[in-house]
Ligand binder design. Structure first.
Ligand SMILES: Cc1cc2nc3c(=O)[nH]c(=O)nc-3n(C[C@H](O)[C@H](O)[C@H](O)COP(=O)(O)OP(=O)(O)OC[C@H]3O[C@@H](n4cnc5c(N)ncnc54)[C@H](O)[C@@H]3O)c2cc1C
Length: 317
């Protein structure tokens, strides 16, 4: 079976959930081969990759790979594409993943698909384009298909692979060394899941009313084990930090469940969340455009509805 390269997303030696999703997807189309870029791979990480189907684990452990911004990862993958002739390369459709995908496409003279929300036989991708306004099916016609897949597009399923390790050394070009990372500042990680990876997201908008009131949104999120998101109206008002903004100029999320409370459903907000599998809207205005998109809607004051919802969820745990 042809190999499918999967670029591993990892933090502090831990494999991120999106990589397990990509391995699951790759398994349905060929033999997954995980590519670990940078130092710090652990036995636990290798075991995790094998558990989700990695037949091979290519380890490029040189410090240099993470000393420079993005480009070394694209060079590493380009080298592997030349050496191993994989059937496809999958990366996570994160900001970094999409940049790696674009650079790799140029280096290998291949076609690239970004923001895929599904991938099937013949590497035909379901893709969400024009800010999420249009869904299309696309296929790369030139070179090695390079596909950036959104987190939460597939449920990760374990199915053991051989996990055979192979060390890879990469010789970086001068251009890959053009932008050096001088300092890394670790962001304090809260107890909540990362917004773009979370299976459930609870978002609040202008309807929340104040920064203090966001505790209502956080309460429901914590009861559900969800991440918290916000509309731009809420982040611009300073009620919630900008890094949690969902939408065209914020984060793109594709969770199993998205709960929008006090959010009208402007096109720029939809662009960041409309590929969610199930959308629940809570809004006091029955004419709010978010209801056109929602699978379930509650017309009511979020300050009454959300605490009741939190209570019910908590009771059932
Ligand atoms: C270039 C550009 C980029 C943008 N990028 C983004 C982006 O990335 N993300 C984004 O979100 N926006 C973005 N916007 C802004 C976007 O157009 C909207 O202005 C914004 O999404 C509105 O946020 P909102 O829905 O919270 O507020 P509003 O549109 O004001 O809606 C508030 C909603 O809350 C409801 N409500 C009020 N009180 C309650 C209550 N007590 N209980 C229940 N419901 C209540 C109201 O009925 C209303 O529907 C962008 C705009 C531009 C021009």
């Amino acid at each position: 079976m042809s190999e499918i390269l999967v670029l591993v997303e990892h933090v502090d030696g831990e494999v991120k959930k999106v990589t397990l999703e990509l391995l699951t997807l790759a398994r349905s189309l060929g033999a997954p081969a995980a590519v670990w870029a940078g130092p710090g791979i652990t036995d636990a990480a290798k075991a995790r990759l094998a558990e989700y189907g990695a037949e091979k684990i290519y380890v490029a452990g040189a410090d240099e790979i993470v000393d420079y911004v993005v480009a070394p990862k694209a060079e590493l993958l380009a080298q592997l594409v030349a050496d191993k002739s994989p059937a496809a390369v999958l990366v996570a459709a994160t900001t970094e993943g999409k940049e790696v995908a674009g650079r790799l496409a140029v280096k290998t003279d291949s076609g690239v698909i970004t923001d895929a929300v599904g991938l099937g036989e013949g590497f035909v991708a379901d893709q969400s384009i024009f800010g999420g306004g249009v869904n299309v099916r696309s296929k790369v016609r030139k070179g090695t298909p390079i596909v950036a897949v959104r987190p939460n597009s597939t449920a990760p399923e374990a199915a053991a692979g051989a996990g055979t390790e192979e060390q890879v050394s990469v010789t970086l070009t001068e251009s890959a060394r053009a932008a050096r990372v001088l300092e890394r500042v670790k962001q304090e990680k809260g107890a909540r899941p990362e917004l773009t990876e979370a299976a459930i997201v609870v978002s609040g908008g202008r309807g929340v009313g104040s920064a203090e009131n966001f505790s209502v949104i956080e309460g429901l999120a914590d009861a559900l084990g969800a991440a918290v998101g916000a509309s731009r109206a809420a982040t611009d008002a300073g009620w919630y930090p900008h890094q949690f903004q969902v939408g065209q100029t914020g984060k793109t999320v594709s969770p199993q469940l998205y709960i929008a409370a006090g959010i009208s459903g402007a096109i720029q907000h939809r662009a960041g969340m409309q590929t969610a599998k199930t959308i629940v809207a809570i809004n006091k205005d029955p004419e709010a455009p978010i209801f056109e998109l929602a699978d379930y809607g509650v017309v009511g004051d979020l300050h009454q509805v959300v605490p009741q919802l939190t209570e019910e969820v908590t009771k059932r745990k």
